[in-house]
Design a protein around this ligand. Structure first.
Ligand code: GLA
Length: 394
């Protein structure tokens, strides 16, 4: 993982902009990746989730153009990606540029006046780690577009929610990943030292204080480096199963199923697969409420138990874990974590653990040793704090 500071990246992305486009950018904006504390695969079911913003961010150096072209360069990719705003589609510009172009496409479709841009991006969010590097990219570009085109959408929670919605459309309609929206809301709406309680049915948000250091704990993220992709079909298959089950049960989303009605609802479903998917979603939404209560009561042991239960449900009922995630979480628990779970879409990616601060090294070392023993790619572990949402850096 990159440990460059924000000011180092601001400087290098500005220099890269001058090199690519021959003049200085008008500014630099950045947006964070995220980890979700709990509430996984609930967002597209109208449920609750509880993400924090990571210290790792994607930076965009941007300048307006006087035509309607978009030119994009990335420090992590070769070459220039280029498209005219009117030509943006799922086919054009394709690749990583779709996440940038998609944002401008969605803002224009929303009736907002957005012109051509030159963009250079650089990121400290690891790619493919399930930490929402794609949402960070979309939201950094959305923040830049809002400021440079005087849309004023960063100035209020409503404006930020509107930007988040456009970033979700960019990802769904142009980049082709049928994701649910938590990541973009996290990147634009999370606060420092807080988790964002996001109600995906009403759109309501609430900041829940989250400062593990204050009680001598840390949140340890382990990137398992196991392959992970959200546009490879499995995510869509899970989402379809939920929508089918909701239709059978005669509800708009699975959020409508109260925990007390779960057994009766499960009896009405056709397949064991749908029963397990629904059981995960309904119990997971309840675990979010319980975790928020426990955090507010300062009961980290209970939060840890809920992490463990969430992981078991994602592994056994939702079937989105993998061997690396199961080994990492079990090892963390065995070495003193209060609880551990996979975070994000699953099928690889990262896990999180609540760990006493003085055992962070031990837990990270134990996970690395367990991976070596199993012959897995070496994992990357790092402690994180709840960080700031998308903003202008320079
Ligand atoms: C991915 C998606 C989110 C959410 C999570 C699972 O991160 O982008 O919308 O569905 O998976 O909770």
């Amino acid at each position: 993982m990159s440990d460059r500071t924000a000011s180092e990246v601001v400087e290098s992305v500005s220099t890269a902009f001058e090199r690519a486009f021959g003049s200085a950018p008008e500014g630099v904006w950045s947006a964070p990746g995220r980890v979700n504390l709990i509430g996984e695969h609930t967002d597209y079911n109208g449920g609750l989730c509880l993400p924090i913003a990571l210290p790792q961010r994607t930076f965009a150096a941007v300048a307006r153009r006087d035509d309607d072209r978009l030119r994009m360069v990335s420090a992590q990719q070769n070459g220039v990606s280029e498209v005219a705003l009117d030509d943006i589609s799922p086919e054009q510009p394709g690749g990583w540029g779709a996440y940038v172009a998609g944002v401008l496409w969605a803002l224009r479709r929303d009736g907002l006046e957005v012109g051509g841009l030159d963009v250079v991006v650089d990121s400290t969010v690891p790619f493919g780690a399930g930490l929402s590097s794609s949402a960070a990219l979309e939201c950094a570009v959305a923040a830049a577009a809002s400021d440079l085109h005087d849309l004023g959408l960063l100035d209020s929670a409503e404006g930020r929610a509107r930007l988040a919605a456009r970033c979700v459309e960019a990802e769904n309609d142009i980049a082709g990943a049928p994701t649910g929206g938590m990541d973009q809301s996290a990147s634009l709406l999370c606060d420092e030292a807080a988790a964002l309680l996001l109600d995906c049915r009403s759109g309501a948000t609430e900041q829940v204080p989250f400062d593990l250091a204050a009680t001598g704990h840390a949140l340890l993220v382990t990137d398992t480096r196991a392959e992970h992709a959200l546009n490879d079909g499995q995510y869509a298959v899970r989402r379809d199963a939920c929508e089918r089950a909701a239709a059978t049960l005669g509800v708009e989303t699975l959020r409508e199923i109260a925990p007390a009605d779960l057994p009766a609802s499960l009896d009405r479903l056709d397949s064991d697969e749908e029963r397990r998917r629904v059981r995960h979603v309904v119990t997971e939404i309840e675990r979010v409420t319980l975790a928020v209560d426990a955090l507010r009561a300062g009961d980290l042991e209970e939060v840890g138990r809920l992490f463990d239960a969430s992981h078991a449900s994602l592994r056994d009922d939702y079937e989105v874990s993998c061997d690396e995630l199961d080994v990492a979480t079990a090892t963390a628990r065995a070495h003193g974590a209060l609880g551990a779970r996979m975070t994000g879409g699953g099928f690889g990616g990262s896990c999180i653990a609540i760990v006493p601060a003085d055992r962070v090294k031990e837990v990270a070392g134990a996970v690395a040793a367990a991976f070596e023993e199993h012959g897995y790619t070496p994992p990357v572990s790092f402690a994180v704090v709840a960080s700031a949402p998308a903003h202008r850096d320079a």
